[in-house]
Design a protein around this ligand. Structure first.
Ligand code: NAI
Ligand code: MG
Length: 367
């Protein structure tokens, strides 16, 4: 059987810098754990625009459809800010998400003990936090028709439509229930069924899907209350399922419970391919950070933890994913910090590649 395949798209700004550290981790798994991957690399975002005049070449799109997992760094930067909307770097990423039909966006919010002081909340509220938000990513108000700015009488009206079909809700719900089965069998679905018909349908479909997962404890919550509960007592949750718009907001809110943007991974999953693996794209939540690009200051952990998610969700290597996450936890506990994680007195920052190196050393220690 051939090795599982990975397409690396480093992108712009700090994307290539953090991806170089992920490369070290991938090589480590090949050498030390005999986990071989067929790795190829291509361009996305501004880097692709510079060569092809568009932010994602058709050949790259085709490759992304064929591989087992895509790992993406970040796209964008001031150099491309004045480009026409149709060729902006972000369009490359949006095209990947759309054409791969990645409907389930997984955003963990996990608090590493060593960074609990970083949270804006009290330490005991966030210490040990480990929750996962599943955001529906391909439908809802960002895509619903009618949309636009229209003339109405003597003024204009801006219109967007929250629209969900039963099958769109069902497939997102299934992916959340599957996830809950691999975790603590606890799922909270958030909508606003009190004021939105799409929310009523959402609640109905999620409840129906729950019948196939009797072991999972399902609860429902209005999304506004969910926002309050997330900052009041986030540890009451395990998996949270929600729609595109609420998920956009709730996942950013949950993520910030735990500290720096440089720590946050994500996965976007679609339908299973012929080999049973889901279509998948893994990327850090942060952008291309032009303010620190090219200076060796970027924190590679968000991108490395995104690869850990790939190990778990694409390659069925849950215990190797645990190993990598534990290695990250260890280097943080040992006091290693990139610039974005500074705060304690007397700690001086290490570089992007030094952070990669201490994580590799911690992986070695784990053997
Ligand atoms: P950003 O995430 O790039 O940066 C926000 C702040 O966080 C900056 O001060 C940056 O230095 C810091 N930061 C981000 N990641 C870091 C890391 N790994 N280590 C240390 N510090 C880190 O967001 P911003 O500044 O709003 O956008 C910059 C560019 O990135 C824009 O062109 C934007 O469109 C693009 N962008 C791309 C995204 C993607 O590719 N998924 C997501 C968000 C923004
Ligand atoms: Mg957002």
């Amino acid at each position: 059987m051939s090795n599982p395949s990975i397409l690396i798209l480093p992108g712009d700004g700090i994307g290539p810098e953090v991806m170089a550290e992920v490369r070290k981790v991938i090589s480590w798994y090949g050498e030390k754990r005999d986990l071989q991957f067929d790795v190829s690399e291509d361009l996305v975002g501004g880097a692709a625009y510079d060569v092809h005049g568009k932010p994602l070449a058709d050949e790259t799109m085709e490759k992304a459809q064929e591989v087992d997992a895509v790992l993406l760094g970040a796209v964008g930067g001031p150099k491309y800010d004045d480009l026409d909307f149709s060729v902006k770097p972000e369009r490359g990423l949006l095209r990947l998400r759309k054409e791969m039909d990645l409907y389930s966006n997984l955003r963990p919010a996990q608090c590493f003990d060593a960074l609990a002081d970083f949270s804006s909340l009290k330490k005991d509220i966030v210490a040990g936090l480990d929750i996962m938000i599943v955001r529906e990513l391909t439908s809802g108000v960002y895509f619903g028709e009618p949309r636009g700015i229209f003339e109405e009488g003597n003024e204009r009206v801006g219109i967007n439509t929250q629209r969900y079909t039963e099958s769109e809700i069902e497939r997102a719900a299934r992916s959340a229930f599957e996830l809950a089965m691999r975790r603590n069998k606890k799922l909270c679905s958030m909508e606003k069924a009190n004021v939105m018909e799409s929310g009523i349908l959402w609640r109905e479909v999620v409840t129906r899907v729950a019948a196939d997962y009797p072991e999972v404890e399902l609860s429902h919550m209005y999304a506004d209350n969910g926002a309050m509960q997330l900052v009041r007592a986030p540890k009451q949750f395990d998996v949270i399922l929600t729609d595109n718009l609420f998920g956009d907001i709730l996942s950013d809110c949950a993520a910030m419970l735990t500290g720096s943007l440089g720590m946050l991974p994500s996965a976007s999953l679609g339908a299973p391919m012929a080999n049973g693996r889901p279509k998948a794209l893994y990327e850090p939540v942060h952008g291309s950070a032009p303010d620190i690009a090219g200076q060796g200051k970027a924190n590679p952990i968000a991108c490395i933890l995104s690869f850990a998610m790939a190990l778990r969700y694409s390659f069925d290597q849950g215990s190797e994913a645990d190993r990598l996450e534990t290695a990250v936890e260890k280097v943080l506990a040992d006091g290693h910090r990139t610039g974005d994680l500074l705060g304690e007195e007397g700690v001086s920052p290490i570089s992007t590649s030094e952070m990669g190196d201490v994580i590799i050393a911690a992986l070695d220690d784990s053997l």
